[in-house]
Design a protein around this ligand. Structure first.
Ligand SMILES: Cc1cc2nc3c(=O)[nH]c(=O)nc-3n(C[C@H](O)[C@H](O)[C@H](O)COP(=O)(O)OP(=O)(O)OC[C@H]3O[C@@H](n4cnc5c(N)ncnc54)[C@H](O)[C@@H]3O)c2cc1C
Length: 441
C-alpha cells in the first residue's frame, strides 16, 4: 500500500474510486487472473468492504439477502464463499442458498437464517480473498475529492484530486463510491428534520447502535432495506423501540426475485437490449418491497411496538428529546422520543456527488429525468457515462444498463466482469488481454 505522502504519485491507466468496496476487489481479481496490472484502488477506508464491517452502515443487518453466487469467486472455485474457512476453523458460508434453491416456489417459507450469509462472516471472507490475492498492493489510502476532465489529443482523460492535495492522471475511472453519500430524507420532512439537534436524529445507515441502551427510539419510514433490521438491532441493544410503518403488514421476501437479474446470461441479455427497451422493462417490472422472512416475528419477540398505517407529520425538539407527531387510522398523536431513526433509504444522484458534480455539469453529462431510474446516469453501450472522459459508474448508478441486480453484489460479481473488456480498452490495457477476452456485449 502506498503511504508515502511526500512522493508524487505516478499516473496510472485505470483507477477505481471506492477501490476497497466489492467493485474494487472484483476488478482486482479479474485483472490479476488475466495477468494485468496498472490499476490503482483509491479508498479512504482502513479495511476491505467497510460497508459490511462491524461499524459500517450495514451494522443492523445480521444476514445478507443475496445467494451464494454473488461472491468473489469470479470463475475461480477456490475463492467461492462456500469454501471459506473462518479463524475458528468453521465454514460459516457453506450453507448459503443458491439461485437454484430460490427458484422453488416454497423457498421463502422454508428458508431460515442458516441459509443466509452472516454479514460479518462475509466481510471476513472478502478480507481473506483480498489479502490472499495481494490486493493491498494496489490500494492507495486516500479520499478522492474531485475528478477533473483533461483534454488530450487522442482521448480525454481524468486528473484525480485527493484530499491530501496530491493528484495524478488516469485514462479511465471506475466509480464505485456506493450508496453512503446518497442517504435520503423525504422532501416534506426536510424542513423539520434539519432543525432537530444532531443527538436526537440519525439515518439508519449512520446510526451508532452501541449507544442506545435505555433510550426511547422511533424508527420512522419504510425503506426496502434496513427498516426492520434497524428496529431489531436497536431493541437488541436495549432501546425501547417503536416502528412507524405506513404499510398494513410487512412484506417478507428473500432475494432473489427472478434469478435472471443476478445471472451473467440474464444480465448480458438485458444489457444487449436497446436503451428504450431496457427502460420499458425496468418500468414494467414489479419488484416487491422486501424484508427478510422472520424479521417481523423477531421484532415482536423483542418487544418492538409496531404502528401500522402510521404517517409521520412533524417533529420538534422538546426538553432533551423530540416530540413526534403522527397520524394513524385511529387519529392524530404526539409522542416523546429520545431519538428518531430515519429508515428512509437512499436516493442515488450521481450528478450531485461532490467529487464529480463540477465535471458532470461542465460536460453536460446526462441523467434520466423520470420513471424508476430517474437521476441515474445515461450510459452508452459500453457502460460509460455519456459526454465525459471514460468513466464507468457501478452499483445502483448502473441500474439502467445492468438491471435490478445493480442494487446488489451482482453489480460487482456479474455486471462489472461483463463491462471490464470495455474498461480495459479505454484504459489502454487491451493489448495485454488474451484475445478470447476481447468480446463486447
Ligand atoms: C443496509 C444494506 C444492506 C444490503 N444488503 C445486501 C445484501 O444482502 N446482498 C447484496 O447483494 N447487496 C446488499 N446491499 C447492497 C450493497 O450496497 C452492495 O452489495 C455493494 O456493497 C455496493 O458496492 P459498492 O462498491 O458500490 O459500494 P460500497 O460497498 O458502499 O463501497 C464504497 C466504497 O467507496 C469508498 N469511498 C466512498 N467515497 C469515497 C471517496 N470520495 N474517495 C475514496 N473512496 C471513497 C468507501 O470507503 C467504500 O469502500 C445492501 C446495502 C445496504 C445499504
Amino acid at each position: 500500500m502506498n503511504t508515502n505522502f511526500t512522493e508524487p504519485l505516478r499516473d496510472v491507466p485505470l483507477t477505481v474510486v471506492g477501490g476497497r468496496g466489492p467493485h474494487g476487489l472484483a476488478l482486482h481479481l479479474w485483472l490479476q487472473d488475466r495477468g494485468l496490472s496498472g490499476y490503482r484502488l483509491v479508498d479512504a477506508a482502513d479495511d476491505w468492504l467497510p460497508l459490511y464491517g462491524p461499524d459500517g452502515p450495514m451494522q443492523a443487518v445480521g444476514e445478507l439477502r443475496s445467494p451464494r453466487e454473488l461472491d468473489f469467486s469470479l470463475g475461480c472455485a477456490e475463492r467461492e464463499m462456500a469454501r471459506f474457512v473462518d479463524e475458528d476453523g468453521s465454514r460459516p458460508l457453506a450453507n448459503v442458498y443458491s439461485l437454484q434453491d430460490a427458484a422453488c416456489e416454497t423457498f421463502n417459507l422454508s428458508a431460515t437464517p442458516e441459509n443466509r450469509a452472516p454479514r460479518l462472516a462475509f466481510w471476513r471472507y472478502a478480507g481473506c480473498v483480498a489479502r490472499r490475492s495481494g490486493a493491498d498492493a494496489h490500494v492507495l489510502k486516500a479520499e478522492v475529492v474531485r475528478l477533473e476532465p483533461v483534454s488530450q489529443r487522442v482521448q480525454d482523460t481524468w486528473r484525480v484530486h485527493l484530499a491530501d492535495g496530491r493528484s495524478f492522471e488516469t485514462a479511465a475511472v471506475v466509480l464505485a463510491t456506493g450508496l453512503k453519500p446518497h442517504l435520503r430524507i423525504p422532501l416534506p420532512w426536510r424542513v423539520w428534520w434539519q432543525h432537530l439537534p444532531e443527538k436526537n436524529k440519525a439515518h439508519a445507515l449512520e446510526l451508532r447502535y452501541q449507544e442506545l441502551a435505555g433510550k426511547r427510539v422511533a424508527v420512522v419510514g419504510s425503506a426496502n432495506v434496513a427498516t426492520w433490521e434497524a428496529a431489531i438491532c436497536a431493541a437488541e441493544r436495549g432501546a425501547k423501540v417503536t416502528l412507524l410503518s405506513r404499510a398494513p403488514a410487512p412484506i417478507e421476501w428473500q432475494l432473489p426475485f427472478p434469478g435472471g437479474w443476478f445471472r451473467a446470461d440474464g444480465v448480458a441479455a438485458f444489457m444487449a437490449l436497446p436503451a428504450a427497451k431496457r427502460l420499458r422493462v425496468l418500468k414494467k417490472t414489479h419488484i416487491p418491497n422486501t424484508s427478510l422472512p422472520g424479521l417481523a416475528a423477531r421484532a415482536e419477540a423483542l418487544g418492538v411496538r409496531v404502528l401500522h398505517y402510521a404517517r409521520v407529520q412533524y417533529a420538534t425538539p422538546l426538553w432533551s428529546g423530540v416530540q413526534l407527531q403522527y397520524k394513524t387510522v385511529a387519529g392524530d398523536y404526539a409522542e416523546y422520543f429520545d431519538l428518531l431513526v430515519a429508515a428512509t433509504g437512499v436516493s442515488p444522484r450521481l450528478r450531485e456527488l461532490p467529487l464529480i458534480a463540477d465535471a458532470a455539469r461542465e460536460c453536460k453529462a446526462p441523467v434520466v429525468v423520470g420513471g424508476p431510474v430517474r437521476h441515474r446516469p445515461i450510459l452508452d453501450d459500453t457502460g460509460r457515462w455519456k459526454n465525459l472522459p471514460p468513466l464507468y459508474p457501478m452499483g445502483a448508478h448502473a441500474l439502467m444498463r445492468a438491471g435490478f441486480g445493480a442494487n446488489t453484489l451482482a453489480s460487482a460479481a456479474v455486471y462489472l466482469p461483463l463491462t471490464l473488456p470495455h474498461i480495459v480498452k479505454s484504459a489502454g490495457l487491451e493489448s495485454a488481454l488474451p484475445t478470447r477476452e476481447i468480446t463486447y456485449a
